[in-house]
Design a protein around this ligand. Structure first.
Ligand SMILES: [Zn+2]
Length: 354
């Protein structure tokens, strides 16, 4: 789930500086790190799929859904005015054009998610119930649909796995992993994100990882939005991503210190350790690019804390990641970004086109 934080400030001077930074750059995804050079992504949406998708979303938006499972509105979102049918369709049309033109990964994800989800489990209309800002709406849509668990009856897929680029990725998963509220004891400067994800949702290590995958896409949406509008990059998503990375490192700390049996099991999970290594690298690159392009926003609020502090706390636990790299043998593999399909299979990783 994604915490919604309104971006209310816009200052001319900062926007000017931002447009200077953005000028001459290519589209945002050009600067994102890819998962594996042997598995290039193809975000092509066929004309037939696009037509089916366009018809489907209009039918969905014209029905009067209340919230459907998987996604629930939280916090201030409930206070926003409800939209009528025409407004819903107009906003969805605007958003799909934005994603198609500026963020092809996101467009591919939304189209295929809607096409593959049975009608009674469609989440799409949830994101068009209320009058949200354009950027928040596109962000929440892509973020939430990135959570594969949201496609409840995804019979084509094993229910556990992650959507990375145009791929559905899965591997062996340990059972009985510790709950997220066990991490709260390690946190000295708490934020509202900790309450939501650790205290209330008690997210385990795999759910935290899913948030890293989803928040990486959130950062891309905000970068694409800033690029299109020559405006500032809203910092919230980058904060959120860095905080989830920090949580991931705390999961390792907690498992090692308090659940030695499971730490022993984790040291055998080559598939997870490989995917985690790659996704951490992708997420860190995304944060760095956002910083280079100039994130700006609500630092100083308690949403997800400071990006740099979160990263430095993450780095304090680097030895734990190193221990897993060594134990699984991932650390001694060369060129993790371009290993072959066969090597991936040997690690117990299954990859299908989403
Ligand atoms: Zn989420």
């Amino acid at each position: 789930m994604l915490a919604i934080v309104a971006m209310t400030v816009s200052v001319f001077i900062i926007e000017k500086k931002q447009s200077d930074r953005m000028s001459g750059r290519n589209k945002p995804e050009t600067y994102s790190e890819i998962f594996n050079t042997n598995l290039p992504s193809d975000y092509t949406v066929t004309v037939a799929d696009e037509e089916e998708f366009n018809q489907k979303i209009i039918v969905l938006l014209q029905k009067d859904y209340s919230e459907i499972g998987g996604y629930t509105e939280s916090g201030d979102a409930k206070l926003l005015p409800l939209l009528n049918k025409d407004e819903k369709i107009a906003k969805a049309t605007t958003d799909m054009k934005f994603l198609k033109d500026y963020y092809p990964e996101g467009y591919y994800l939304v189209v295929n998610s809607v096409l593959k989800t049975p009608e009674k489990e469609q989440q799409f209309p949830n994101f068009y119930r209320r009058s949200m800002g354009e950027e928040n709406r596109a962000n929440i849509l892509v973020h939430e649909l990135s959570h594969i668990s949201i496609i409840v009856n995804a019979s084509k897929y094993d229910i556990f796995g992650y959507l990375i680029e145009d791929k559905f990725v899965n591997f062996n998963k340990l059972t009985n992993t510790p709950k997220g509220d066990e991490l709260l004891k390690y946190i000295s400067e708490s934020t509202s994100l900790d309450d939501k994800y650790l205290k209330e949702n008690k997210q385990d290590i795999y759910t935290t990882f899913d948030e890293i995958v989803a928040y990486t896409k959130s950062v891309r949406v905000t970068r694409a939005f800033a690029y299109k509008n020559k405006a500032t990059i809203d910092e919230d998503s980058t904060q959120g991503l860095s905080r989830q990375l920090y949580f991931l490192s705390l999961h390792l700390k907690n498992i090692k210190e308090n659940h030695p049996d499971r730490w022993g099991n984790l040291k055998k999970e080559k598939g997870f350790v490989y995917i985690m290594t790659r996704q951490i690298s992708i997420a860190k690159t995304e944060i760095q690019v956002a910083k280079d392009e100039g994130v700006w926003g609500s630092t100083g609020t308690d949403f997800a804390g400071s990006i740099d502090k979160n990263l430095s706390w993450f780095n304090e636990n680097q030895a734990l990641f190193d221990e897993l790299f060594t134990a699984t043998g991932i650390g001694s593999m060369n060129n993790l970004q371009n290993i072959t399909q066969q090597e991936l299979i040997k690690l117990g990783i299954k990859i299908k086109k989403f």
